[in-house]
Ligand binder design. Structure first.
Ligand code: NAP
Length: 216
């Protein structure tokens, strides 16, 4: 029997990582096996992944030793950070630096880094059409990720940019709200301002299909 190539998936119990785990495990012809990363292998979500056939392992992206441990022997990895747990681009950058260093150290053949654009390349800090947040960012959860891309220099990497999940309309409190005239409209985060730009959106399930192709 040919040994399957291991893909270490961070955020495996979450939206992005969970989608990739299911996409690989639901494909009987997949050449890949899943090593699903969680902080708590005893959680119900982690147990469900194990039942599906994933190797469930414990790691914390803030613990570099654990990163090395779960990446060792893997062919590739899916890297994602968790901005909304702490709201700190500085922390995110530090985490990506450690992830990329671990990827280099174990010699990953393919990394996928779930990044976003550094908005400051298009709207510099001095441009007051957008407020500057946390003193040096325009969109903190984008800018920090984009700035951290450089850490993957020297690692074969696919940079995946998915700006907004449709699922936010359901699970992130961003769905249409009923106004006094009975009409529904999307008001968060723009209030009653007109949306000048179109918002690039993707469903997590469609994202998963991209990921499945990207991991090859
Ligand atoms: N919402 C959007 O529209 C959107 C669009 C593009 C990008 N993003 C970005 O996506 C990222 C979040 O990804 P997601 O939506 O897939 O997350 P998610 O659904 O919130 O899942 C995150 C999972 O990661 C694990 N986790 C959290 N902290 C961890 C840590 N320190 N070490 C290891 N694992 C940890 C948790 O698993 P355990 O509890 O099992 O450890 C959790 O189940 C954010 O950085 C956000 O900026 C969001």
């Amino acid at each position: 029997m040919t040994q399957k190539k291991i893909i270490t998936v961070f955020g495996a119990t979450g939206a992005q990582g969970g989608g990739l785990v299911r996409a690989i495990l639901n494909d009987p012809n997949s050449e890949f096996a899943v090593r699903a990363v969680t902080r708590d292998p005893k959680s119900d979500k982690a147990k469900a992944l194990a039942e599906m056939g994933a190797e469930v392992v414990a790691a914390d992206i803030d613990d570099p030793e654990s990163l090395n441990r779960v990446l060792k022997g893997a062919y590739g990895a899916y890297f994602v950070t968790f901005f909304w747990d702490h709201f700190s681009p500085e922390k995110e950058k530090e985490e990506v630096k450690m992830m990329a260093a671990a990827a280099k150290e174990v010699g990953l053949k393919h990394a996928i880094w779930s990044t976003l654009e550094d908005v400051r390349k298009y709207i510099p800090l001095e441009d007051d059409r957008m407020p500057t947040l946390q003193e040096k960012y325009k969109v903190p959860h984008f800018d920090g990720k984009g700035e951290a891309d450089q850490y993957f220099d020297g690692v074969p990497t696919t940079f995946l940019l998915a700006s907004y999940y449709w699922e936010n309309l359901i699970y992130f409190g961003m769905g249409p709200k009923k106004s006094e005239d009975g009409k529904y409209s999307i008001t968060f985060p723009m209030g009653d301002k007109k949306w000048r730009a179109s918002l690039q959106t993707i469903s997590v399930s469609v994202l998963t299909e991209f990921l499945k192709k990207a991991i090859q």
